[in-house]
Design a protein around this ligand. Structure first.
Ligand code: CA
Length: 235
C-alpha cells in the first residue's frame, strides 16, 4: 500500500486549518493539524511529516522563529517548509525564505495553488530520499525520510540516536572512540561529557531491539557497528 504524504499544518485559525485539511485529504495527503509551535514540536518529535505548512502569525513562537529552529535541527532540516503569509507582506516573504522556508504562499490562496506548491516541494525533495539510504545486513536507515527498519520492521529511534546510528552505519566495522563520536555526531561546538555517548548508545541498542547486538562495545576503545555480530549469526 502506498503511504500518503503527511502534511503538518501549523495554523492557529481553525477555519483555515480545517479547510486546508479537507482539501488535502481529498487529494491524497494525510493532514495533521497543530495550532501552535509547541504542539507542532510534539508532533515532530513523534512522527516526521513530509511537508510542513507553517503560518507566519502564531500565538507564542512565530512561524519565522519556528522555521529557523526546524532548519537548525538535523532531524527536521530536510523537511520542506511552506510558509503561509498575509497578503502584501513582502519583507515577511524575504525573511521567511531567509529563515529556511522553501516557498511561501499568500493568503487567501486557492486550493489548486496550494496543492501545486506542495507537490513542487515534494518533487524537489525526492532525489535525496532515494540516494541517502544506508543498509548494513538487515538494518536499513533512510536519512531522507528519517526511517529505520530491521528485517523490514520499522523501528522508533530518537533524533540523537538516529544521528548516531547514521554515523555508525556510514562507518561500520570501524571502532570509534567516545570523543570521536562526540565530535562527529554532536559537533565540536557543543560541550558534552563523554558519558553522554554511553547513554545514547544504550538508548540506541534498546531502540534497535534484536538488532541492538550490532552495536558493539570495544573495551577501552569505544563502539562500533558491525554487520556480523556473534549473536545474530547464531540466530
Ligand atoms: Ca495565524
Amino acid at each position: 500500500m502506498k503511504k500518503l504524504p503527511r502534511v503538518l499544518i501549523v495554523e492557529d485559525e481553525s477555519a483555515i486549518a480545517e479547510l486546508i485539511a479537507v482539501n488535502l485529504r481529498h487529494n491524497g495527503f494525510q493532514p495533521i493539524w497543530s495550532e501552535d509551535g509547541e504542539s507542532a514540536q510534539r508532533e515532530l518529535d513523534a512522527v516526521l511529516p513530509d511537508v510542513i505548512l507553517l503560518d507566519w502569525m502564531l500565538p507564542g513562537q512565530s512561524g519565522l522563529v519556528l522555521a529557523r529552529k526546524w532548519r537548525a535541527d538535523s532531524r527536521t532540516k530536510p523537511i520542506p517548509i511552506l510558509m503561509l503569509t498575509a497578503r502584501g507582506d513582502e519583507p515577511d516573504k524575504v525573511a521567511g525564505l531567509d529563515a529556511g522556508a522553501d516557498d511561501y504562499i499568500t493568503k487567501p490562496f486557492s486550493t489548486q495553488e496550494l496543492l501545486a506548491r506542495i507537490r513542487a516541494v515534494l518533487r524537489r525533495r525526492a532525489p535525496e530520499q532515494v540516494s541517502d539510504s544506508v543498509t548494513i545486513g538487515d538494518l536499513v536507515l533512510d536519512a531522507g525520510t528519517y526511517r529505520v527498519t530491521f528485517q523490514g520492521q520499522p523501528l522508533k529511534v530518537g533524533p540523537t540516536e538516529f544521528k548516531l546510528l547514521h554515523f555508525f552505519m556510514k562507518h561500520s566495522e570501524r571502532v570509534h572512540s567516545r570523543s570521536q563520536l562526540l565530535d562527529k555526531v554532536w559537533g565540536d561546538h557543543v560541550f558534552i561529557e563523554e558519558r553522554t555517548v554511553d547513554v545514547h548508545v544504550k538508548r540506541l541498542r534498546e531502540a534497535l531491539g534484536s538488532a541492538g547486538v550490532m552495536v558493539e562495545t570495544v573495551r577501552g576503545a569505544g563502539y562500533r557497528l558491525t554487520g556480523h555480530p556473534p549473536a545474530l549469526m547464531q540466530a
